[in-house]
Write a protein that binds this ligand. Structure first.
Ligand code: AMP
Ligand code: GLY
Length: 418
């Protein structure tokens, strides 16, 4: 079976790497891919949001398209592929809205009684500021639409709340994503991410995970797309898993089906384990990055079988199994990320990394004989082990072999946060 994966980051490298283990995989393509993906799949020079060209390429070359990033999902790539008669893995546009509109997600949770932070929606900044003065801080301020994971501000005082509101609504830091904002109650507790496979009727959670959103060691600095992740989370007990299934996971996919927005693909639950029980912080309509790198490192079942079972709506017919142990991914990023950073610096040491450590490429390109940096997040060094401590130590062994100008990484990935 010939497959095209859409996207070009560490998550897509891990998806390609996992698909290649399937005995049924034929030609594997990735658009646009990156230099690491190019070592294992044929990269096609089409951007992830160039819907027309993706459909045209897929019609000629593949049997299945796997859409990984949020943007093409929100733009309706899966709908377009299906209209052209091409099998596609990922939610349709009307289901991907669970990520692309936070207002939609909050209204869904309210309507179906799914636990989340209390909130109000504002399209007027004066009213938003008055509301914060009334309710007090800390308050959480979020742009409605997609904002590369950076549209959320936790304001500890009125001044920073006003700044966040101005940045989103007046300076339009996230473009039209900022014409509506949500102000949420501030919740506390450990954060756990659960990705789940779903065909819209059956939902099968993957191993729980934790990611590190802040740029620097000790949870300092700006929010990023994610500086590392591990799985499973020690906070996620069987009892909590049962509660999440009953109060959050099932109700969410049932709600989407009832709303005529059947969700097929991977759904991402960002959860906070509060004193009152688990609550939803956010939904994403896709695999997380970098959570996918450690999670797929522990997947035993053939990923292609899972994707097909989801597309064909027979997820209840297959068993999904995981390897014993833990996995950990340490992201090596460009100096300056998530703000300004340079590109084109040579990456050394990749060929010396021991074979049991997997280096997923996120932002890399090829320059003559070497790999060079080509993005904010450059590499995800991933290892497994019988315990989290072993997996993390092994990932850091990999990190020590690799270097590039101004490389930066957190030294506390795998330390429990929460
Ligand atoms: P999000 O992009 O919605 O996941 O938000 C990014 C991060 O902001 C989350 O991972 C949390 O750490 C934090 N956050 C978001 N919403 C809340 C909330 N209501 N209370 C406390 N922290 C939050
Ligand atoms: N690591 C967070 C995300 O993928 O949204």
């Amino acid at each position: 079976m010939n497959v095209l994966v859409i996207g070009g980051g560490g998550r897509e490298h891990a998806i390609c790497w996992s698909l290649l283990k399937s005995p049924r995989i034929g030609k594997l393509y990735c658009a646009p891919g990156n230099a690491g993906i190019a070592q294992i799949a044929k990269c096609v020079d089409i951007s992830a949001t160039d819907i027309d060209n993706i459909v045209r390429f897929a019609e000629k070359n593949v049997d299945l398209v796997v859409v990984a990033p949020d943007n093409p999902l929100a733009l309706g790539l899966v709908n377009e592929l299906e209209s052209a008669g091409i099998r596609a893995f990922g939610p349709r546009k009307e289901a991907a809205i669970i990520e692309s509109s936070k207002v939609f997600a909050k209204e869904l949770m309210t309507k179906y009684g799914i636990p989340t932070a209390r909130y109000e929606v504002f399209t007027n900044s004066i009213e938003a500021k008055a509301y914060i003065r009334d309710k007090g801080t800390p308050a959480v301020i979020k742009a409605d639409g997609l904002a590369f994971g950076k549209g959320v501000f936790v304001a500890s005082n009125i001044g920073s709340a006003d700044n966040a509101i101005n940045l989103i609504m007046h300076e339009k830091k996230f473009g039209e994503s900022g014409s509506r904002i949500i102000i949420e109650e501030f919740m506390t507790g450990p954060e756990v991410t659960v990705l789940a496979f779903t065909d819209g009727k059956t939902i099968v959670p993957m191993l729980s995970s934790q990611d590190y959103k802040r740029a620097y060691t000790g949870d300092l600095g700006a929010n990023t797309g994610g500086m590392g992740a591990f799985c499973p989370s020690p906070y996620y007990s069987e009892e909590i898993a049962d509660t999440c299934m009953e109060k959050i996971f099932r109700p969410t996919i049932d709600a989407m089906r009832i709303e005529g927005r059947m969700f097929k693909g991977v759904i991402y639950f960002g959860l906070m384990l509060t004193q009152q029980g688990p609550r939803v912080v956010e939904y994403n309509a896709r695999f997380g990055d970098p959570e996918t790198q450690p999670i797929l490192s522990l997947l035993k079942t053939d990923l292609l079988d899972i994707f097909e079972a989801i597309v064909d709506e027979r997820l209840d017919k297959i068993a999904i199994e995981w390897k014993y142990g833990s996995a950990c991914c340490v992201v090596m990023a460009s100096g300056g990320y998530p703000e300004r950073f340079g590109k084109g610096y040579e990456i050394t040491g990749l060929d010396q990394v021991p074979g049991d450590i997997t280096v997923f490429h996120a932002g890399t390109a090829r320059s003559e004989d070497s790999f060079v940096t080509n993005g904010g997040r450059v590499l995800g060094i991933t290892a497994t082990g019988n315990s989290l401590a072993i997996a993390a130590a092994r990932a850091y062994v990999g990190v020590r072999f690799i270097d590039f100008y101004l490389a930066h990484y957190r030294s506390d990935i795998g330390h429990i946060i929460g």
